[in-house]
Design a protein around this ligand. Structure first.
Ligand code: GDP
Length: 317
């Protein structure tokens, strides 16, 4: 059976490992499935932040410092919108706006979100298959001490400040995996949980009916990479969410969240002491250098992930 790697990803952390994987695997051996629970409509345009982060990263267009958005972006349209009294807390760059305009046009013409993503990727020269988790609208909602907030309201407008009580995925119950996701679930020999936020990037993917069960029963080698280094998130609210949801801010807590779904958990060298706790969960703990600051470290981590998941697969390459 030929190798196929299915990577589950959110935005920034997911895109980093996805880039590493894309540099060492032929395009037909990799499918990157991306969270769309963060999607929303701004100014009538369909915005898919995580899909765009992964797409721009693989196209070599992303802003390297931020890890999202486009390099050299300008914000004239937003500045003008502000003058005109429009809402501008969700900042869309001038070039980025073209992506949202084109995606929205394609959706209005009857393309599915997966088809629109393939078209955008083809235009940007991305050969690897990047697919949304579903073509159906699924919207992450964060139940906080200040009430239920749509994801971007919580994440961007409120800067993740309100305490989180629970997280839900509106629309997930009736959604289906995108056909390219379902196909990759059938073919995968390795499933990689990228170092994305487990609660708001990976859980929405697992909430699509059938997905969790298919991963639990998959014959593939399943490996997760920690988003926590030295007990803290590299970026974003995962540490805060872990504690607000009643866990420790630790790789062990993330591994516990993935129990039953993963065979191997890659934790950072800084947290090597937690390896026995993770092994006690019934997973193999692998200590790795997981901080990805440049392309070389992204490629090195991707290679390590594939090596430990399937030594035979790596030898066959
Ligand atoms: P978002 O949707 O843009 O928030 O992106 P993700 O959910 O894919 O990624 C966010 C997570 O990636 C955060 O929890 C970070 O701690 C984690 N992360 C970001 N950069 C790195 C890195 O270089 N190494 C590791 N191990 N985790 C990272």
């Amino acid at each position: 059976m030929s190798n196929h790697v299915l990577a589950l990803a959110g935005g920034v952390g997911g895109a980093k490992l996805a880039l590493g994987l894309s540099r060492i695997l032929p395009p037909d051996q990799l499918t990157i499935v991306v969270n769309t629970g963060d999607d929303d409509v701004f100014h009538g345009l369909h915005v898919s932040p995580d899909l765009d982060t992964v797409m721009y990263t693989l196209a070599g267009l992303s802003n390297r410092e931020q890890g999202w958005g486009l390099e050299g972006e300008t914000f004239s349209a937003m500045d003008r919108l502000e003058v005109l009294g429009g809402e501008t807390w969700f900042r869309l760059g001038d070039s980025d706006l073209a992506t949202h305009l084109r995606r929205t046009q394609l959706l209005r013409q009857g393309f599915t979100l997966a088809q629109a993503t393939s078209e955008l990727c083809a235009r940007l020269g991305v050969a690897v298959r990047i697919t949304p988790m579903t073509n159906a609208p699924v919207r992450t909602q964060v139940e906080t001490e200040d009430g239920v907030l749509p994801f971007q309201e919580y994440f961007v407008h409120r800067r993740c400040e309100p305490r989180v009580r629970s997280i839900r995925f509106k629309g997930a119950g009736t959604a289906e995996p995108a056909p390219s996701f379902s196909d990759a679930l059938d073919r995968a020999t390795i499933i990689v949980f990228c170092p994305s936020n487990p609660f708001v990037s990976i859980d929405p993917i697992l909430a699509i009916p059938g997905v969790r069960r298919r991963i639990e029963n998959a014959g593939a080698a399943r490996i997760a990479v920690t988003p926590i280094i030295g007990g803290r998130a590299v970026k974003g609210p995962v540490g805060k969410m872990l504690t607000e949801l009643g866990h420790d801010s630790s790789s062990t807590a993330v591994a516990t969240h993935y129990r039953g779904l993963c065979d191997i958990f890659a934790l950072d060298e800084a947290d090597a002491a937690a390896a026995p706790e993770i092994e006690a969960l019934g997973m193999r703990a692998v200590v790795a250098a997981t901080l990805m600051l440049d392309d070389a470290s992204k490629i090195a981590l991707a290679r390590r992930v594939l090596d430990v998941a399937r030594p035979d697969a790596v030898n066959a390459r």
